[in-house]
Structure formats: C-alpha cells, structure tokens
Design a protein around this ligand. Structure first.
Ligand SMILES: Cc1cc2nc3c(=O)[nH]c(=O)nc-3n(C[C@H](O)[C@H](O)[C@H](O)COP(=O)(O)OP(=O)(O)OC[C@H]3O[C@@H](n4cnc5c(N)ncnc54)[C@H](O)[C@@H]3O)c2cc1C
Length: 379
C-alpha cells in the first residue's frame, strides 16, 4: 500500500464515505440520463475537493496534488464521471492560479473552487488534438479587445462551463484567453456522443467574432503553449487516478460476485482460474498505484511541472490501461451478469475506454516518455 500521512488517510476515508453514501445511489441514473449533478458541487467544495492545490486565500484547501489524486481515485470507484469533471477543472484552475494575474485570480478562482462556477480548458480543434501546434482558432488584437474566431471540440465541462480558458493563435504564437460564457459570439455547439463519462457534457465550443477584453489574456502573448502544457502535466496523473479508481471499483464488484456465485456446490472463488484472475487484477492495481501517485508526490515536494512531464504521462497511460484490463477481467468473472448494460460494470468499462484519448492519447504519452528516456541516455 502506498503510504500516506494520517491527514491524507482521514481525507480518503471522508471522500470514500461521501462517495458511497451520496454518489453511489445516484451515479448510474445520472450517467444513464447524461445529467450533470451541479447540486453536488457545494458539498465537494466544502470537503476541499475542487481546489486541493489552490491557496486558502482563494478558497482552496491547499492539501496538495496527492490529495487531489486520492479524491479522484475514491470518487471513481463508484462514479468516474464526477472525477472526470474534477480533472477537467484542475487544468484551467492550475492555469489561472499559476499564470493569471491578481485580478484574474480574484475574479475567477474563488467561485470555481467554491463550486459556484464551472470552468473548462479548450485546446483541441477538429484538425487534430495531438497536433497541438496546428492552431486555427485565431485571436486578432483590435484596440483593447481580441476578436476570436474558431472552433474547439471534445471539451470536458464545455457544455456547462461559465468560463473557458481558450488556447488561440495570436499572429504566429499561441496565447491563452479567459472567455466568459456571456461574451457575445461565444456559443456552446453540439454535445459530443460519449461512450463513457456520460454525466459530463463534453462539447464543441464555437467562437464567432467573439470580442474578448485584452485584460483577459493569461500571462503574455506567446505563453499559450507553455500554460497549456503545464496544465496538462499536472492534470494527467488525475486521469491515472481515475483509471485506478475504476479498476478498484470493478475489482470489488468481481470479488463480491466470486464469493457469492455458487457453481458445482461451492462459490466460484474456490476455482483456481478465478483466483488467478483476482490475483492478477490486484497486482495490476497495486502496480498502477505507485506509478499514479509518483508524479503527485513530486509536485507536492515542489518539483516544477516541466520536470514531471514523463512521470505524468506514464501515470495517465498506466491508469487508462489498468482500468481497461481490470474491468474486462471483472466482466469475464461475472459471466452473463457482467454484460447487463443497466449495471455498474459496463459503465466502468465505457469510462475506462474514454481515458485513452483524454488529455493526450496513450500513444502520445508513450512518445513523451520515450523522448525523455532517450534524451537522458544521450546526456
Ligand atoms: C473524454 C475526452 C475529454 C477531452 N477533454 C478535452 C478538454 O477538456 N480540452 C481539450 O482541449 N481537449 C480535450 N479532449 C481532446 C483530447 O485531448 C484529444 O482527443 C486528444 O489529444 C487526441 O486528439 P484527437 O482525438 O484529435 O486524435 P488524433 O490526434 O487525431 O490522433 C489519432 C490517432 O493518432 C495517434 N497519434 C497522434 N500523433 C501520433 C504520433 N506522433 N505518433 C504516433 N501516433 C500518434 C493517436 O494516438 C491516435 O491513436 C478530450 C477528449 C476526450 C475523448
């Protein structure tokens, strides 16, 4: 077991209790209806879950990155959609906190962290998410505004966000703008059809001659890619933690079933093949735990995000792969009952599949990892 401080263990217990008592009874229904539970945000905020890394002066709990991973893992055991909402919030909160000026931080961070407003970070365009440098959403400076034209796709929280941190092209450089929902010319497009995370609207966002005050530029013109990269790095371990939680949720369902299902006069947990599967699933989960928490612990020690990129990429990839492997084995253990679409397990499998492209594909994560391995081998 990954050792945690007493404070973090207590936090884990608190989140687990909330997840089982409040989230579990509603999760399946919310996902089936594709409805986001905005009413839950104040209770998440009161537990400090929305802003675990944010300063107390903006309403954050300042518990750190590992605390955010604990929350994502525990929530994902029963309701991964809500943890995915938190991941979609974490990247823009990081951008505002570390690159925003005092006015932007005061105006935007506190309502987000208190659960009163929702934020998203929009980088991906139809011309290809992996090719982030190929930006077509353009912002032209006109006096004290930017005129923005373009289209973003697959944006987590996009359909419910009050604020969008938008990656744009300004001349031949990338910049980040804070665009409020009420800004004329900003429109939510179609909601993407989703395999998993069905409570969280992942949406297209449209900008049609949208006039954004120049004061809403985050940091300086040309800093957009650095801000986006740093924000993705800190939020990728959360995708890993969601994968870990999904795998644990599936494992618990399979274990319970194996002990209750009687065949040939005895529980199937006595069959050696089932025991091997349970052992393999538990091994994958424990392996993933170390990989997922490693970058969070480094960030909490003060290692800057740019030096955590490889570990964050590995955490994301391993979390996604573990979630898929374990949910699939769990479904096999449940036999015919495993494929009932009205039950939790197929929902966990569908959520696991969405982890592969989100926040950079698993393949791109391996490229990041390999590039760093080769760079170190040369130096
Ligand atoms: C659930 C979900 C939530 C998301 N949330 C957000 C969000 O909040 N904000 C946001 O901006 N974006 C978001 N995205 C978009 C996500 O970041 C992109 O889907 C991802 O970066 C991949 O881009 P793409 O889908 O265009 O695939 P493509 O880039 O077209 O990739 C297609 C295939 O090519 C492979 N590939 C690409 N480049 C290479 C390479 N160099 N070498 C080998 N193989 C390669 C990929 O691995 C993939 O298999 C989300 C996506 C999903 C599914």
């Amino acid at each position: 077991m990954f050792e945690m401080s007493e404070e973090l263990q207590e936090f884990r217990e608190t989140v687990r209790r909330m997840a089982e008592e409040v989230l579990l009874p509603r999760a399946l229904d919310l996902d089936n209806r594709g409805e986001f539970p905005r009413d839950l945000l104040p209770s998440l905020a009161s537990l400090g879950i929305i802003g675990t890394t944010a300063d107390r002066n903006v309403g954050g709990s300042a518990m750190g990155y590992v605390a955010g991973l604990v929350a994502a893992e525990e929530i994902s055991r029963v309701y991964p959609s809500l943890a995915f909402f938190l991941e979609g919030t974490q990247a823009p909160v990081h951008a505002l906190e570390h690159y925003g000026n005092d006015i932007q931080r005061n105006r935007y961070l506190a309502p987000i962290i208190r659960g009163k407003q929702i934020v998203c970070l929009a980088a991906t365009e139809p011309t290809g998410g992996s090719d982030v440098a190929n930006l077509n959403t353009e912002a032209l400076r006109e006096g004290d505004t930017f005129r923005v034209r373009g289209r973003k796709v697959y944006i987590t929280n996009g359909g419910i966000a009050d604020l969008c941190l938008l990656l744009v092209r300004t001349g031949n450089r990338a910049s980040m703008l804070a665009v409020e929902k009420k800004t004329p010319g900003f429109r939510i497009g179609q909601r993407e059809s989703q395999t998993g995370f069905r409570s969280v609207p992942i949406s297209e966002l449209l900008f049609e001659d949208c006039r954004v005050p120049a004061a809403n530029l985050i940091a300086r013109e040309g800093d957009g890619h650095a801000i986006a990269l740093s924000s993705f790095i800190v939020s990728r371990p959360t995708i890993g933690a969601i994968g870990l939680g999904i795998a644990e949720g599936a494992f618990e369902i399979a274990l319970r079933f194996a002990r209750e299902r009687v065949l040939y006069g005895k529980p199937i947990s006595r069959l050696q093949h089932i025991q091997f599967m349970l052992a393999e699933m538990e091994t994958e989960i424990e392996k993933a735990r170390w990989v997922v928490y490693y970058p969070g612990a480094a960030l909490d020690r003060g290692v800057p995000p740019r030096r955590v990129g490889k570990w964050a990429a590995r955490a994301k990839a391993v979390g996604a792969e573990t979630a898929l492997l374990v949910t699939q084995k769990a479904m096999q253990i449940l036999g015919g009952q495993g494929v009932n679409p009205q039950s939790h397990l197929p929902r966990l499998l569908n959520d696991a599949l969405e982890l592969f492209p989100a926040s950079g594909t698993v393949e791109v994560m391996k490229i990041i990892q390999a590039t760093e391995i080769l760079r170190r081998a040369r130096s």
